[in-house]
Design a protein around this ligand. Structure first.
Ligand code: HEM
Length: 388
């Protein structure tokens, strides 16, 4: 039985959900590698320890089949496979992403945000999540993939059930609704594959013609992950980014005075990103941060804690929109790092650029409420208003 236990870390505790960073700081100092009984996992809070795990896919498996578990067929995608099975699928999607026009993605997000802000400026207050975050996210991901945006109300429900099932380890009741939602989303993806697709999806379909059936299944499942994962993380990121800018009005002023959007949107993800962590399984006995792990042990790399590690980031609690270099883990690291990084960055540049161009400023219009989720950090409601 592991000895280093930190009983005080409950990712679903309302105080932790409101602001996890002080607790991560305390844990990083007292017990940087600790055993979490609820998650049956070793949790890592230091940047260096997280990177050690994420860069070494031979020792730390994502593919649970390597540890003797069964993985349902529909769950086998770029996200759940490891090299060598993962390699051709990941390359296919990375190459298709490189072929997309990122400036078009940025312009599209900029125009849509500008139009939404113009409409919202006549309202006394509004909720950022349904009024800005969700429409910009669904448009960005549909545009990237080259498909018609699905009806937001029904798609948001499907996406929500899948996003919540990421916490099935902590809350098993989320697993079955997640499975049902995946079936519904697979139907939507299949309808896209039957027509002449454009964008990233078109490239993927064309460049995988003649591939073996097994790989084609991985590809189909990966399209589902791209669409739903991309939508839910961009929605969450937009809420967090706009909340940070509302609570740091000097940030928006900096952008208005010409601060580069590139470093700015990266810092906003480091400062309060949407993805809190990821898990791997140790395939052999190993040491992390002075702690001995056994073969088969689960490890959780807490991105959010690593992104505030003072050994890696000077004054990590300070929002520094000019921070450079800024090798944060908000998009992961290594063979499972985010495939959509550059598209997400372009979308956020478009969003923040439009906000900086808008004559009025965005500010809080009531208490913001976070969702009670552990893996994804996002708002349920984020009331705001636009005024000079
Ligand atoms: C600001 C927005 C986004 C953030 C913060 C983000 C963050 C992340 C993170 C942290 C991971 C790694 C998880 C792990 O190691 O287990 C990841 C993986 C992934 N992301 Fe994103 N993401 C974003 C947007 C997107 C978009 C727009 C897409 C696609 C349209 C996308 C597609 C993916 C895919 C397919 C993976 C799995 C990659 C693999 O396992 O090989 N993401 N993302």
């Amino acid at each position: 039985m592991p000895q280093v236990i930190a009983p005080s870390y409950d990712p679903l505790d309302p105080e932790v959900i409101a602001n996890p960073y002080p607790l991560f700081d305390a844990l990083r100092t007292s017990t940087p590698v600790f055993w979490h009984e609820g998650m049956r996992s070793w949790c890592l809070t230091r940047y260096a320890d997280c990177v050690q795990v994420l860069r070494d896919h031979k020792t730390f498996a994502r593919d649970r089949r390597r540890a003797g578990d069964t993985v349902a067929g529909p769950s086998l995608s770029v996200q759940s496979l490891d090299p060598p099975d993962q390699t051709p699928v990941r390359h296919l999607f990375m190459n298709a992403l490189r072929a997309q026009d990122l400036s078009h993605i940025e312009t599209r997000a900029h125009e849509l945000t500008r139009n939404l802000l113009a409409k919202l400026s006549s309202q006394p207050s509004f909720d950022v999540m349904p009024e800005i975050a969700m429409p910009v996210a669904v448009d960005a991901v549909s545009g990237l993939l080259g498909v018609a945006p699905p009806r937001i109300e029904s798609f948001a429900e499907i996406s929500d059930a899948i996003m919540r099932s990421m916490d099935a380890g902590l809350d098993p009741s989320t697993a079955e609704p997640g499975r049902i939602a995946r079936v519904a989303l697979t139907k939507l993806v299949d309808s896209w594959l039957n027509v002449d697709s454009q964008g990233l999806l078109g490239d993927v379909v064309r460049n995988s013609k003649g591939w073996p059936d097994q790989e084609l299944t991985y590809i189909r499942n990966t399209i589902r992950v791209m669409f739903q994962g991309g939508y839910s993380t961009v929605t969450a990121a937009i809420g967090n980014v706009l909340h940070t800018l509302m609570t740091h009005p000097e940030g928006l002023e900096l952008f208005r005075n010409g601060a580069p959007l590139e470093t700015g949107v990266d810092e906003l993800i480091r400062y309060d990103g949407p993805v809190q962590g990821t898990s791997r399984i140790a395939m052999s006995p190993c040491m992390i941060g002075g702690q001995q792990l056994s073969s088969g042990d689960m490890v959780v790399a807490l991105f959010a804690a690593a992104n505030h590690d003072p050994d890696q980031f000077d004054k990590p609690a300070v929002l520094d929109l000019l921070r450079s270099p800024n090798q944060h883990l908000g998009y992961g690291w290594g063979t499972h790092s985010c495939i959509g990084t550059t598209a997400a960055q372009a979308t956020l540049r478009g969003l923040v650029g439009a906000l900086a161009d808008h004559p009025a400023s965005l500010h809080s219009a009531g208490p913001a409420v976070r969702r009670r989720t552990a893996t994804m950090r996002l708002f349920a409601t984020l009331p705001a208003a636009l005024s000079a």
